[in-house]
Design a protein around this ligand. Sequence first.
Ligand code: ADP
Length: 494
Amino acid sequence: AAAAEEPISPPFQVQDKQLLIGGKFVDSASGKTFSTLDPRTGEVIAHVSEGDAEDINRAVSAARKAFDEGPWPRMTAYERSRILLRFADLIEKHNDELAALETWDNGKPYAQAANIEVPMVARLMRYYAGWADKIHGLVVPADGPHHVQVLHEPIGVAGQIIPWNFPLLMFAWKVGPALACGNTVVLKTAEQTPLSALYISKLLHEAGLPDGVINVVSGFGPTAGAALASHMDVDKIAFTGSTDTGKIVLELAARSNLKSVTLELGGKSPFIIMDDADVDHAVELAHFALFFNQGQCCCAGSRTFVHERIYDEFVEKAKARAMKRVVGDPFKNGVEQGPQIDDDQFNKILRYIKYGVESGANLVTGGDRLGDKGYYIQPTIFSDVKDNMKIAQEEIFGPVQSILKFNDLNEVIKRANASQYGLAAGVFTNNLNTANTLTRALRVGTVWVNCFDVFDAAIPFGGYKQSGIGREKGIDSLKNYLQVKAVVTPLKNA
Ligand code: ADP
């Protein structure tokens, strides 16, 4: 359904604030709550139950029981598929409520949530519903007189830890494949954005999901998150967040029960603009690649490499575009950029802007907060950025574009690849040979050629190098949630 003309605007009543365990909304064992804030003002939206290790234990027990004794892994794949399809219908029906909750808790433009992200969540659920009854094993040839089957079974209890930049989409990327494959789930949301996952999980139950198949625990990383990653009865952990935290999760998984781990981590993605490019188009795409979602994307095109022949024109036009960017209340029509998620990120971004200035990069526009309330930051551009500057190496996760100059294809390949990260890249050229050379040379999980941030359900996403382990979405994501069992039987009686 298309978004309503006038968004549902806050303040409105937030219904779901407790933990979801075993199909019921319950208080945390400690009785503690934490507040989730409106990034527009820093004011409290709601007090939410704060889960910690004890609640993770309860949630894992519920998920284990639902896996070992419940109907979910035993029902036909077609029945599971039908539930996911009904879930998608309910997401569409509640599109605007979900979008309003997402915008309030996260600060992203309402139109983006209502017209792009929530519809994408429904699309992803239909995609995974389509897979549910098409997951099957193999019969493979043996050297001797043996009948060999390879079974694909659900892995068990999946622990999932998600970030705050796309709360509903990250929910969908994680929960979709886990459920399609017949697993049960304990999901730990980000402490900045606990609300939408609770609401949408209620819809999942309304669609017919049995109790205990999905459990949602709000809480903090070092307590609830670490308890999930190190739990002895969790079979798999999927994490999206920073590279530093990803390493902790991998270590906790190894130290405990060696649960399998997939990680979707940080990036410093190059966006390479060749000299044959239509400059106006390149400016617009590079702007989108960096500033989309307040710059809070792991795959943001945060190193804009521009060929020296068009560099000056590009910088001028990029400046004009950034100055036109509409920043303001994300519930207002026409707003392109809302506030950053919280005080921490806001201060971190301002710190990086300071590093940029101190290291000698040229501040083209922006560079400061916007207004005196909430976490708004001016769209900021640095030109003359050098590879060794902090702003060219570390993830800023904010509306700060760094423009670098190059003059040769081999040079830009080397520089683009000289990063600890390898999540994504953008390539902008009309020359097929240049495009082919770049797409093969770049050591990244996604290359967008003459486009950026295209996120269809069937396209695998994930990183090379320290950007992660494994892939989400697409057929590859199913492997994360399946065990492989070989069954060998003699063909003749002994
Ligand atoms: P960011 O810095 O962008 O908030 P994080 O990687 O810290 O990114 O957070 C992503 C998710 O990881 C959140 O749900 C957060 O609560 C969780 N998290 C943070 N620290 C830990 C930890 N030590 N163990 C497990 N999860 C964690």
